[in-house]
Write a protein that binds this ligand. Structure first.
Ligand code: UD1
Ligand code: PEP
Length: 414
């Protein structure tokens, strides 16, 4: 598959900005909002909380009017991962909130204790029930110190929750062991541009907020580095060449660029685009996911699919989640020599994949299976497109532009 395509705005950056949007006191437009199911769900969450929201042509427009309803809608909140971050914004604004347990991909336990610790540190009494969690601080949130480290490294989501709480805590707050991922730095840039003073130390983040209104204005959502990685790997797995617009090499994490280079996938920076070619047959790699700028955990399933076409035995070690391997049995159905043991996934190649009928359980697993189907001989059927639509707006159209022949069949939602 070869050609030129554009990535849309980043799913995971946009999802955190939708939460930050609940802090503004005047209209805000997020430009480049991805056309994904999660964007629609967040728009409804904000509407339920009392904001006026419209989503049109990549513009997510939000206007506050009056006090917020202190609740994240139960059914909606259970559909996205950033529920605690959305709840932190409501708590920061109203001094109370009820929210359901988060949704998102269920590839393993995804704990939320650090989000709750940030709420408690900001003065809230937090009580967890069967259906959801209530947090209340009738006097409003106050400046605080919270450590967002977990056994798997600092939490990205909890860092953003703490940032949002600190932005309305009127004083100086400290976030210890923050996660420095683009989702965090872009949310911090959004807040800084709106008058929240943020200082980055080696192990700490200091946030100074004053009682001034937080103005909306406009903010551009950065390109989706995970979608770009998915497209690059799809082209590499099928022996093609590709140019991806809407992103630059500087936005691709070093761990991703280095792993691709080791596999023989060479990238070159253009003007706001990345070009890719392969240096002969793909080679096996030994790599591990890790904090930014390491190899993102959200690219590991697609990488496993690409490595089925690489000569030798590859090893991908997962360091963010204890186990993220729901793609492994699906790839094996295509004839891939792949196994999962503890945090390691081994792939032996190069394998001539054969068409398969498979079902995917989460967003990156579904794209890994799609990559395998494109590299395989024959026509495959992949179920679970709901997961794809949750995070990719026009991946199928992009793949078709590059030469894939894909037909979508309506299926019931899980
Ligand atoms: C640091 C990192 O790579 N984060 C990834 C994580 O973000 P997300 O924000 O969803 O997850 P976190 O960074 O919060 O979680 C990372 C790890 O910490 C644990 N944890 C988290 C919060 C908490 O309160 N307690 C706790 O123990 C989680 O179970 C997980 O093992 O998943 C997203 C979707 O795959 C990815 O886009 C992010 O890149
Ligand atoms: C797991 C992911 O998403 P979520 O956190 O929304 O489930 C992902 O983006 O790879």
């Amino acid at each position: 598959m070869s050609g030129r395509v554009e990535v849309q705005g980043s799913k995971n950056i946009a999802l955190h900005l939708y939460a930050a949007a609940m802090l503004v006191d005047s209209p805000l437009v997020l430009v480049g909002a991805p056309a994904i199911l999660d964007t629609g769900v967040c728009a409804q969450v904000l509407t339920h909380a009392g904001m006026t929201v419209s989503v049109d042509g990549g513009q997510f427009t939000v206007a506050p009017h009056g006090p917020l309803h202190p609740e994240i809608h139960g059914e909606l909140g259970r559909q996205v991962r950033t529920t605690c971050v959305l709840a932190s914004a409501v708590l920061a604004r109203t001094g109370r909130v009820w929210f359901p347990y988060p949704g998102g991909d269920a590839f393993c336990a995804r704990l939320i204790d650090r989000h709750l610790a940030a709420m408690e540190a900001a003065g809230a009494t937090v009580s967890a029930g069967e259906d959801g969690i209530r947090a209340a601080c009738p006097q409003g949130v106050r400046p605080f110190t919270v450590d967002v480290a977990t056994p798997y490294g600092p939490s990205l989501g909890a860092t953003v929750s703490a940032l949002l709480l600190a932005s309305r805590a009127w004083g100086r707050s400290r976030i210890v062991h923050p996660r420095v991922e683009p989702e965090v730095t872009e949310t911090a840039r959004f807040l800084s541009e709106r008058g929240i003073h943020i200082e980055w130390g080696p192990q700490e983040l200091h946030v100074m907020s004053r009682r001034d209104p937080i103005e909306g204005g406009a903010f551009l959502v950065a390109g989706d580095r995970i979608e770009a990685a998915t497209l690059l790997m799809a082209a590499a797995a099928t022996g093609g060449t590709l140019t991806v617009g809407g992103i630059s090499c500087a936005e691709l994490p070093d761990g991703l660029v280095g792993t691709l280079a080791d596999a023989g996938v060479l990238l070159a920076d253009g003007h706001g685009e990345v070009s890719m070619r392969t240096a002969g047959v793909l080679r096996a790699v030994e790599t591990a996911t890790g904090p930014h700028p390491g190899l993102p955990t959200d690219t590991a399933p697609q990488l496993a699919a690409m490595l089925t076409q690489a000569r030798g035995t590859s090893r991908i070690t997962e360091r963010i989640y204890p186990k993220r391997d729901t793609h492994v049995h699906g790839l094996a159905a295509f004839g891939a020599e792949i196994s999962s043991r503890g945090q390691d996934i081994h792939v032996h190649g190069a394998t001539r994949l054969r068409a398969a009928d498979v079902a995917a359980e989460d967003i990156r697993a579904v794209t890994a299976l799609l990559l395998a189907a494109l590299a395989a001989e024959g026509t495959s059927t992949i179920r679970g497109m709901y997961h794809l639509r949750r995070g990719y707006g026009h991946l199928l159209t992009n793949l078709a532009t590059l030469g894939a022949d894909i037909t979508t069949i309506p299926e019931a939602r899980p």
